[in-house]
Structure formats: C-alpha cells, structure tokens
Design a protein around this ligand. Structure first.
Ligand code: SAH
Length: 276
C-alpha cells in the first residue's frame, strides 16, 4: 500500500485559517505530502499563495498538492460533510473532542461512506475563534502538556497527518522501504554452545570468584546475551571473539586490525564486517 498514490478525493482536506507566516504554510505542505494528504485550502492567508518562502520551506512538496485560496472558513467547508477543528484550548462550546488517532479513524470511516472531510487549523498567534470552531462537527485536540499546550502550526499538521497515514496504510507493508533481512535467529543449541564456550574461557582465567557465586554470575551473563536475540551470524562473531581472547584466533594469520579488515566479509571466520 505504500506505493499507492494519494488520491485527491479520498484524503482529508487540510484547511489553514489566516496563516500569519508563509514558512509555516510551507512546512505544513511538506508534512501533508509526506503523509499522503493532497488538498490544501488556505483561508485568507496573510502572505498570499503562491509564495516563495512557503515554496522553499515546503521542499517542493507544493507541487504534489492541490492548493486553493478562499476568503472565509464558511466557504472552505461548504463542500465538506465532516469537519474537525484542531485546538489546544477548551473553547466555550459543547462539541465532542477526539484525539488525532480517533480523528483519523473517523475521517477514514467518513471517506469510506463517500463523504468529503476536512481538518481545520488556526492562526499561529491565536488559533481559531469560537465561531470558527462552531463550524466543525468535532474538536480534535493533540494530547500535550497543559503547561505548554500550543504546538507550532506545521507540527500540529504533521501530527494529524501521521495518524491519518497510519490508518490508511494499516499494518500491511507500512515501511516505505523493504526491511533489511537479518540473518536467522540462532537456534538454542548454538546459543548454549556459545554460553559454554564463554563460560569455559572465563573459567580458564578464574573469572568466577568466589566459586559459590559462579551459578548466579553465569545466569546474569546468559541473560545479558539472551536479551540480544542473537542471530546465527552474531553467534559466530562472538565465538570468534571468545576464541581470540583465549589466544586461539580463528583468523588465518594474526595481522594488525586494519589488515584483518581487508580479508573482507565471508572470509573472516569471526564474522566481523558481515551484515547480520
Ligand atoms: N496560540 C493559539 C494556538 C496557535 S497554534 C491558541 O491559543 O489557540 C496554531 C494551530 O495549531 C492551532 O490553531 C491549532 O489548529 C493547531 N494546534 C496547536 N496546538 C494544538 C494542540 N495541542 N491540539 C490541536 N491543535 C493544535
């Protein structure tokens, strides 16, 4: 699904009301494009679009967007069925309040019903008026520390856009790149033999002192390595390390470190330099 082109009809419209700084508009555009939102309505921006500062700040994202300037919020919402107003403040108005994640679900469900949806953001300095919030069906508030509740406009947009993206993409192939393959997790047999090798090497240098502490020290050591969920390759690397510390280097010839690296991946029995 990550390769799916964002559709104009099937994503929420972002509505920015009377933005004061073109840079914030550009940063909001970039966030929108990052998360597959494609339609932007600017309500009476102080610095009209097109605008060089906004374009530069958007990093070219504006080219992916359909951008429209309108004179009022009423005009911006006229063709929509569901409108959410974002605010960090309790406006004196009785409306259901939802989180970004819940909002994303509501928006997606509405779009599935063939409705058109939008999310409204306020001015940098004083947000949305109560009348403007009144035009919305619900309030969307981003959970913040009440001691410092107001996000930067574009950061509020990115938070909402990210939650939207998560709903759209779901669990299927959500990374934009294929995950790098790990070498398989080591079997317990290999892990246990590595432990025995390590513990034998430590016995040889009388590391476990006093002897009655040996059992608990071994348990601690083993749990450190268990946490790492070691792969087969990592076990080979560790076996090589232990052998080297035992003075039984498995390397073909003892060479300075820089030289050893030149043996390259695959040739090095300790496995260093290979991806795991
Ligand atoms: N000082 C303004 C906030 C301006 S921040 C005020 O007191 O309302 C610009 C816009 O970002 C806000 O109007 C709102 O749309 C959005 N925003 C900022 N913080 C938010 C939050 N915690 N939750 C939801 N939206 C937020």
């Amino acid at each position: 699904m990550s390769a799916e082109p964002a559709s104009f009809a099937s994503s929420p419209v972002v509505i920015l009301v009377e933005t004061q700084m073109a840079e914030n508009v550009g940063a909001a555009m970039r966030a929108m494009a990052n998360f597959g939102l494609r339609r932007l309505k600017l309500v009476n921006p102080r610095e009209p679009w097109p605008n060089e500062k906004a374009a530069a700040m958007s990093s070219g994202a504006f080219r992916l967007l359909e951008i429209e300037t309108v004179a009022s919020l009423e005009e911006a919402v006229r063709d929509l069925n569901l409108v959410l107003a974002t605010t960090a403040r309790a406006h004196d108005i009785a409306k259901p309040v939802c989180s970004p994640a819940t909002a994303a679900g509501l928006l997606a469900a509405s779009i599935d019903r063939g409705e058109r949806v939008g999310v409204v953001f306020g001015r940098e300095r004083w947000g949305l008026t109560t009348d403007e919030v009144g035009l919305a069906d619900q309030i969307l508030t981003i959970p913040v520390d009440p001691a410092f509740a107001s996000l930067n406009l574009a950061q509020a947009v990115v938070t909402v856009a990210y939650e939207w993206r998560k709903v759209v993409v779901g669990d299927a192939a959500w990374t934009p790149f294929p995950e790098k393959e790990r070498s398989p997790l080591a079997g317990k047999d290999d892990v246990l033999r590595m432990f025995e090798h390590l513990e034998g090497a430590l016995d040889a240098v009388e590391f476990f002192r006093p002897p009655e502490k040996r059992a608990s020290m071994v348990r601690n050591l083993r749990s450190i390595f268990q946490k790492a969920r070691l792969t087969e390759q990592e076990i080979r690397t560790l076996r090589g390390v232990i052998a080297a510390l035992e003075g039984r280097s498995t390397r073909p010839t003892a060479r300075p470190y820089g030289k050893a690296l030149e043996t390259g991946p695959g040739k090095d029995p300790a496995g260093e330099g290979t991806n795991s």
